[in-house]
Design a protein around this ligand. Structure first.
Ligand SMILES: *Cc1c(COP(=O)(O)O)cnc(C)c1O
Length: 398
């Protein structure tokens, strides 16, 4: 078989793959640490990490070996049977989130679906009615399936696919009064990202999140925190809410959870787990299979061994300082916001697309968030030298 070059790979992909993505004109072949290499051998510094997925860096020997070992044992058995990787991964997720039970899915979107179903079942068990409401946030992103799309606060994502699921109301992120204004006797859950990702990198204000927790406690409303992007160490704590002193009733997780193996999860506290889904209510063929669980399990082990969360905390000030310097130096950067290794620069006078395209030419992978934010979600193992390399390549691209 002759090796495909970039052009052939692009042509063949566009010929056969449904065009739902405008892809960057590059075809990647392999990764090493924080770098990716395209089929022509060109090196790229990766500050996108497959959209906040590859936390541990590419070609991590221990992670790869764990996956190879599991492949040689068994890849899939279904949820009709017990297996050790599930028992191990579940314990690790429950302990890390501070929740009581977990359900494994194949994606973040499916974790959101599970969370929505859990909230509705919880409310249904209380009063038997079927007109409960969920409050979601403007500019949120929770996924593309009908349920997840229904709580995603971006009109143009929703419009062509209506009618969506009913009973969803929207409030303004970081505006507690706007949330209060949407609460009725029918409200069964409030769903939000602890740090909004796709919408433009907006961390929740502590008073906002704490205020929501109080509201939920007063009215027995379930708080669903979507930590699919901001969880797994990215913001400098294992889950972002742990830095706010706020516990959710349900937390959703995916992206870095499997570090590249497609897996998600929703975890529930005791009250929610004991008063919601039971056999027959929910299921998945693949979800939590031995291969995916071996990945999750190894990811948690490596986070501990490599002190990933501590490293994020330690490298964040330098990262913020470098980005702040760029804001000061270049008119096209209006401001910086973010938390830990989840950062955004607000772009003005240029499009984010111009910058990401130029950066690609200069061997730097960065992506957009919202309409005008340049997003940085690098592997969590980046060093100060990688940050310097990023800044240098970005400056060259302006
Ligand atoms: C990516 C993302 C999702 C959707 O996850 P998928 O794995 O793409 O289905 C949901 N919520 C947030 C906050 C995300 O960043």
């Amino acid at each position: 078989m002759t090796k495909m070059n970039t052009e052939t790979c692009m042509e063949q992909t566009e010929q056969y793959v449904l065009h739902t993505y405008n892809r960057f004109p590059v075809a990647f072949e392999k990764g090493e640490g924080v770098h990716l290499y395209d089929v022509e051998g060109k090196e790229y510094l990766d500050f996108a990490a497959g959209i906040a997925v590859f936390a541990l860096g590419y070609h991590n020997e221990a992670y790869n070996q764990a996956l190879k070992d599991q492949i040689d044992q068994v890849i899939h058995t279904s949820n009709l049977y017990y297996h050790v990787p599930l028992a191990e991964a579940a314990k690790k997720v429950v302990e890390a989130t501070g929740m009581d039970k977990v359900f494994f899915t194949n994606s973040g979107t499916e974790a959101i679906e599970g969370a929505i179903k859990t909230a509705r079942k919880y409310a249904w068990l209380k009063d038997g009615s079927t007109d409960h409401e969920i409050i979601a946030m403007e500019h949120s992103f929770h996924g593309r399936s009908m349920g997840a799309l229904s709580v995603t606060g971006t009109a143009h994502y929703q419009e062509p696919f209506k009618p969506l699921i009913g009973g969803i109301k929207f409030a303004q992120f970081n505006d507690l009064d706007s949330v209060k204004a949407q609460i009725t006797e029918k409200t069964c859950a409030i769903i939000l990202e602890t740090v909004q990702g796709e919408g433009g990198i907006y961390p929740a204000d502590p008073e906002f999140l704490q205020g929501i927790r109080t509201l939920c406690d007063e009215k027995d409303i379930l708080l669903i925190l979507d930590e699919i992007q901001c969880g797994m160490g990215r913001t400098g704590s294992m889950f972002a809410y742990q830095d706010y002193g706020v516990m959710p009733d349900i937390v959703t997780c995916a992206k870095a959870l499997g570090c590249g193996v497609p897996v998600g999860a929703f975890a529930l506290n005791k009250k929610t787990a004991e008063n919601s889904l039971v056999p027959g209510d929910h299921g998945t063929t693949y979800g939590g299979n031995p291969f995916a669980c071996a990945a999750v399990s190894k990811v948690f082990d490596l986070f501990k061994e490599q002190k990933i969360v501590e490293h994020v905390k330690q490298v964040t000030p330098y990262f913020e300082q470098k980005l702040d310097e760029l804001v000061e130096k270049y008119d096209c950067f209006e401001s910086r916001r973010g938390k830990g290794l989840m950062q955004g620069l607000v772009v003005t006078g240029k499009t984010v697309g111009e910058i990401t395209a130029k950066a690609l030419e200069n061997g730097l992978l960065v992506i957009s968030a919202g309409s005008n934010v340049l997003r940085f979600v690098p592997p969590l193992v980046i060093t100060e030298a990688d940050i310097d390399e990023m800044a240098e390549k970005l400056e060259k691209s302006l």
